[in-house]
Write a protein that binds this ligand. Structure first.
Ligand SMILES: Nc1ncnc2c1ncn2[C@@H]1O[C@H](COP(=O)(O)OP(=O)(O)OP(=O)(O)O)[C@@H](O)[C@H]1O
Ligand SMILES: [Mg+2]
Length: 259
């Protein structure tokens, strides 16, 4: 496996009992790149991301090879994977407010996250200020509780934690689907800027094919836990080879008409 890829997956298999939940023969993500993962509900998209972050419970069995920033995250020691999580790869979820502890101010939440990775004191304060500004949030937001910010601000804050921890990859699971359309654009803009300015890699799981077609360089199409098609976003979404991808696209009027 080469070192230039932020994420490199080969023959990833996730099973739960006898059931195969997700199978990814190959996935790579380079710096500044975005790989979109699309597919119907239950096709194994979230499970695949969680496997990369070492966040699947013990009742799942994960095999194959997956490297995140050079660290083998499958079968590795939990402490090793925990060190990668957050500081190299961060998860951004659909429901931003729900993923933040409601009893703590945002600044405290971020300080805790940094302290877990050994960053404290003035260094932590500088990183927090810089991270908030990188996602377009005012510093004052640190004094607020999660319920005192909007969904879009909470999502930006989740991304700011990843920036503060120095994450090189963001695994975003439906990052905009709980947000209003105008707010969605702001969050997407932040993600795009982080790719361009910091070379962050983005794994983008979304049902929003219009979003994936504008943001992703490459796309994986999943169905029933399998990758049925993959390739450049342009080729897969403009000229899908698989019937299932055609069906997905047909459900989106503007993209369906274009294809
Ligand atoms: N904790 C669990 N225990 C057992 N089965 C699970 C568990 N979590 C997920 N699954 C199953 O794994 C399959 C894949 O689920 P996953 O959440 O990865 O799908 P998804 O593609 O993210 O779907 P959605 O688009 O609805 O978010 C589903 O059949 C689901 O029922
Ligand atoms: Mg999911």
């Amino acid at each position: 496996m080469s070192v230039e890829h932020l994420v490199e997956v080969r023959d990833l298999q996730v099973t739960h009992g006898d059931r195969r939940i997700a199978s990814i023969p190959e996935l790579t993500l380079a710096a500044a790149e975005c790989v979109g993962i699309v597919g119907e509900s239950g096709s194994g998209k979230t499970t695949s991301l969680l496997a990369l972050l070492g966040l699947l419970g013990r009742d799942f069995h994960v095999s194959g090879a997956a490297r995140v920033c050079g660290v083998d995250v499958i079968g590795a020691d939990e402490r090793e994977v925990a060190a990668v999580r957050g500081s190299r790869i961060a998860l951004v979820m659909q429901n931003p407010q729900g993923s933040l502890n409601p009893t703590m101010r945002l600044g405290t939440l971020m300080k805790r996250a940094l302290a877990q990775h050994g960053v404290k004191g003035p260094a932590a304060r500088n990183r927090i200020a810089e991270a908030l500004s990188s996602v377009g949030l005012p510093e004052g937001v640190a004094r607020r509780y999660p319920h005192q910010v909007s969904g879009g601000q909470a999502q930006r804050f989740g991304i700011a934690i990843a920036v503060a921890l120095g994450a090189e990859v963001i695994a975003a699971d439906e990052p905009t689907s709980a947000l209003d359309v105008t707010v969605q654009a702001g969050v997407v803009h932040v993600l795009q800027r982080l790719r361009a300015e910091r070379g962050m890699g983005l794994l983008l799981v979304s049902h929003d094919l219009a979003l994936v077609s504008t943001v992703a360089d490459r796309v994986l199409v999943m169905r029933h836990g399998e990758v049925v098609e993959s390739g450049t976003a342009r080729s897969v979404l403009a000229a899908p080879a698989h019937d299932y991808t055609r069906e997905l696209l047909a459900a989106v009027p503007t993209l369906g008409a274009a294809g």
